[in-house]
Write a protein that binds this ligand. Structure first.
Ligand code: GLN
Length: 435
């Protein structure tokens, strides 16, 4: 089945890389003509979310604040891709500073869902997901702080992986909420996903939260057999709020795993119900601090004022969009002396409880299976003026970031012509295939 609404499809890219892509392709052609071995990603078109730094290229975070900013250096993932002769066709659209679930918060343009142009592609990495779903590229990079790779992957019917926190370097990823952010990838299938993870994973001394580890081959780990695997179904993810048709499609997927020899068990995760609230305290708290650097001095936009405070105010008022301002206000509030204990500290306690729920559930099985989102993609404009209903759509993904675990969204069916995603959540990695 191919994405259908392509005629009225609106662009996934914020900028194109024509010159760079043609140069890279010419280099690969030369190597092939000379009979030289070519690297894993040579000649395979990809795209990069516009919050990942590529030397000399724009990195706008889809914000007016960084509209004219160009990165002076490569992110570590880009250095790694460079070594594999990667070809990037451009930087992809996103919610401003990765805050959002629909890509509607971009200051520059709306990206539509390639399956039906009336619907959002998801977010915040909506451009990266749409570009793969529309067949514009074979792979793309995104970032996932609370679901921004997995949810758009589900909405666009592609594979989206959020690696374990610390597996992929965050150096050169423009920070949203540093204890949750992780670079991930979009592909058409899990094999390509493993190739991309091989390309971007690995210890980096430039990222203090990077986890020291030996090289692994994720492609070799794909054994194409689930016989004997124990799959845990957390009932809390399948309750009220999950669309009934999506539930049926997920039940069919569970049945298929059973037929293939997997063992299905039910697990309990009683603290999941607090996860969304905790995320929407912790993520804005970290964001309010990370975004303090956009003051008209160090990076990007400056709006002159009568004195320095006036310049700060004008720059931040004009540079940031409404959702980013909402998060900064919320974040500053929950970190303020009078409310720190009541909100931030309690949210951090919930984070520990969430992590304990995952530890316990994953001690009873090999992997957890949940929906990626409570429903399929929603219509453009439907949640734009209602942040709470937008936030509610993140309920299945945010707890995975709070716990730092790996999660992947895999297409598992269609409802009214729109893709439905299934999320698989793993434990901290042990025993992958060492090279
Ligand atoms: N939708 C979530 C938010 O707006 C997650 C965003 C993300 O993962 N970058 O915070």
């Amino acid at each position: 089945m191919a994405a259908a609404g392509i005629n009225s499809y609106r662009p996934a890219a914020l900028s194109d890389n024509r010159g760079f892509a043609l140069e890279a392709a010419a280099l690969t052609d030369k190597k092939i003509a000379a009979g030289e071995a070519i690297a894993d990603l040579a000649g395979i078109p990809g795209a990069i979310k516009d919050n990942i730094c590529v030397k000399g290229q724009q990195v706008t975070c889809a914000s007016k604040m960084l509209a004219s900013y160009r990165s002076p250096y490569d992110a570590t993932v880009i250095e790694k891709l460079n070594a594999l002769d990667y070809v990037s066709l451009g930087k992809t659209n996103m919610d401003e500073f990765a805050m959002g679930s629909s890509t509607e918060n971009s200051a520059f343009q709306v990206t539509t869902n390639p399956w039906n142009a009336k619907y959002v592609p998801g977010g915040s990495s909506g451009g990266s997901a749409a570009a793969v779903a529309a067949g514009e590229v074979v792979w793309s990079l995104g970032s996932d702080t609370g679901g921004s790779v997995r949810q758009p992957a589900a909405y666009c019917g592609v594979v989206g992986l959020k690696p374990t926190y610390g597996l992929v370097s965050r150096y050169g990823l423009i920070a949203f909420a540093s204890s949750l952010d992780q670079i991930g990838c979009f592909t058409n299938d899990v094999e390509d996903c493993a190739v991309m993870l091989n390309a971007i994973a690995g210890y980096d001394k430039k990222d203090s939260t990077s986890v020291p580890q030996g090289a692994k081959d994720y492609k070799k780990a794909l054994v194409n057999d689930v016989k004997g695997m124990k799959i845990g179904i957390p009932e809390e993810f399948f309750g009220e709020g999950l669309d009934t048709e999506c539930r049926k499609i997920l039940d069919d997927a569970i049945e298929t795993y059973k037929k293939l020899g997997a063992q299905i068990i039910t697990v309990k995760m009683p603290n999941m119900k607090y996860g969304l609230a905790a995320y929407y305290i912790i993520a804005p708290a970290e964001a309010s601090s990370n975004l303090g650097r956009y003051d008209g001095v160090g990076f990007g936009m400056r709006v002159p004022g009568k004195d320095i405070v006036d310049m700060y105010c004008k720059t931040r008022s004009e540079g940031f969009g409404p959702e980013v301002k909402r998060r900064i206000l919320l974040g500053t509030y929950v970190l303020s002396a009078g409310y720190y204990d009541a909100y931030y500290l309690r949210a951090m306690k919930v984070r520990t409880l969430v992590r304990q729920d995952y530890d316990k559930a994953l001690s009873q099985c090999d992997i957890l299976l949940t929906p990626t989102a409570p429903d399929t993609a929603f219509e453009i404009g439907k949640n734009k003026e209602n942040p709470l209903s937008m936030y509610l759509g993140d309920v299945c993904t945010v707890t995975v970031n709070l716990a730092g675990l790996p999660g992947i969204s895999i297409p598992c069916g269609y409802k009214n012509g729109l893709p439905v995603g299934m999320q698989l959540i793993g434990s901290f990695p042990t025993g992958e295939v060492e090279i």
